[in-house]
Design a protein around this ligand. Sequence first.
Ligand code: SF4
Length: 752
Amino acid sequence: MSSADTHCPYCALQCAMTVSHAGSTTVTGRDFPTNRGGLCAKGWTSAELLASPQRLRMPLTRQPDGTLAETTWDEALDAVAAAFRDTKAAHGADANAIFGGGGLTNEKAYQLGKFARVALGTSRIDYNGRFCMSSAAAASNRAFGMDRGLPFPVADLDEAQTILLLGSNVAATMPPFLAHLAGARAAGGLIVVDPRRSATARLAEDGAGTHLQPAPGTDLPLLLGLTHIALAEGLADRAYIEERTTGFDALRRSVSAWWPERTSSTTGIPVAQLRETARRLAAGGAYVLTGRGVEQHVDGTATATAAINLALVLGLVGREGSGYGTLTGQGNGQGGREHGQKADQLPGYRSIRDPEARRHVAGVWGVDPDEIPDAGVPATALLGELGGPVKTLLVAGSNVVVSAPDVDAVRSRLKALDTLIVCDFFLSETAELADIVLPVLQWAEEEGTMTSLEGRVIRRRRALPGPEGARSELWIMAEIARRLGAASTWSIDPAEVFDELARASEGGIADYSGLSHALLDTGVEAYWPYRSSGTPRPFAEHFAHADGRARLVPVEATPPTPTDRGADLTLTTGRYLQQYQSGTQTRRVTELHKARPEARLEIHPATASRLGIRDGVLVAVSNERGTVRARASVTTDIRHDTVFLPFHYAGDECANRLTEAIVDPTSAMPEFKRTRVQVKAIPDATTPAPHHIAASPVVVAEHQGVAPPLVGVAGGAAPGVLITSATSPSAPLPSSLSPSTPSSSTEEETHV
Ligand code: SF4
């Protein structure tokens, strides 16, 4: 039997687990500050996919008849190298492009950035984290000089009296996190901002706090109004503002017009609730947390900035017992945005336009600084270049045919490429379009590191070998680089690649130079920046700007400008408890798929009645870009002017057929959360024609991701969380918590 202490393959909470393999593979929750032994449904079923019959086990190449057929690694890699070489010769280096992912280990993300700049010489690299964290990152960099999602340990939240949680449905995305909200709930101070009565919003009811339900797209006016109240009522911490910030006078002027009545009429939130929220935040022990619901907008950077401004004005940031943070989504959403797979970035969160950064990194890579290309373009613009200036694309760890905005246009552009290469462990919807598919290893089959939402670098460890025929992306990049005769060295050992990453990051904002796999294996608490030590609270004494002060940055709210004619409802998207991102993995897990087998459109009863839609009928959701088929779920949890779809499905059910490729001007974050649509019942439709992946029940029997014995439920108030112990006796599960019928099958996610 082999086993390894590692972490969950999915979200950035990076719950600790032990993976054991002896014929079948099991996962057991392990004590760790973020999850305290708990796992959600995604985590406890994660082992199932390791032996899925749908795993890719050999490279595939497109045949003359249009099918994909297995081939050898040599033939596949020779074809990849030839495509990159021929494209560069015919169209220039920037005609080759790379699209990475926020789930890749730090080592792979680092190597991917180096591979693009050194082996291909292209500036065209970006990744799906642009769709996830870019607005919050831009706001934090501007305000604090550093983008570390939570500049404090998650466990600090336990003592909070008040938590203002904007645009994040943690009850669905990361249920073990709920244990950290227990203190604020007990104090009546959980304030959830969401246009939908989400699972998390319900936790703020019955004396536990407040659900603020603003009109979609009015988060920014809400935050400006709260800051106005804080200043008008003398709640601001003037000594803190004077000592630790700059820009106060301009900020004060910028919020002066957002008096409570105007804020209320814009957002729909009563004045009394606005005042009560501001007063609670000023009363001590308060945190402001943001998620994708307020960030995935064309004004996402401004909204995240307004949240930071509110926290700074109240003196919350950098003090023990209070704070501001943003909840990272993807498993390595934090580390994946630090080491070079962003278009404008070199390792260590350095700017690719900084001559000193270029010199330092070029020295580590053994190349001339002038050989490093300039900044490329962000993800949405890069996807827009496919089939035009970009002729050959390699995708690693991303399923853009489901996750990008306006996916029908993305699909057309992918088809217009000369060569599409996809690295994945399943034939994702993007891989289905590829000319060459390269099978890779999964999380429990590889060594590496991830960086959690707290900025803590943690070890991913191998528990079992991968399928014969699958390879690590590090090996794939090394083999292609060798075929291209690329400069530098291309290790396939994750520990060696990490050491190189550490050297390349030295002196950067995200400095990992004091870390190594060996040190991490000692269990050291490795929060970056880490040279000889790290700190969980980097802003305790100063911010990362040269003068040590945070920037108060005035931002303005501008009215939304709907662009879709004939559309009368606002669509917002998210995911449910059983779903992780584009679904390449979780749509293939039997239990998760059974709980959510098809797309459901949440619609208010009054709206449904007006449109002649009954609960359970099939509806067409459409706008200028396309039409999505879903089954109506009539619920008072949604506003009458808003509908909700999960973005987890593909084909006819893919919500991103409707979203528009317009972006935030600062972060290039697409507008995912506010799309104009119309909804109609589909006459006489009795069965959907969805794009479903068959899950694999046969595999479950022989190679199962089982739920370990239940010994407790976090705080008695954390739906969907199992607290487990490998040594506890088996105990029957309450039916509401049985892993085969997850307790939170009705818990939904609005904002990812
Ligand atoms: Fe995995 Fe769930 Fe924990 Fe996220 S909350 S890391 S998906 S077990």
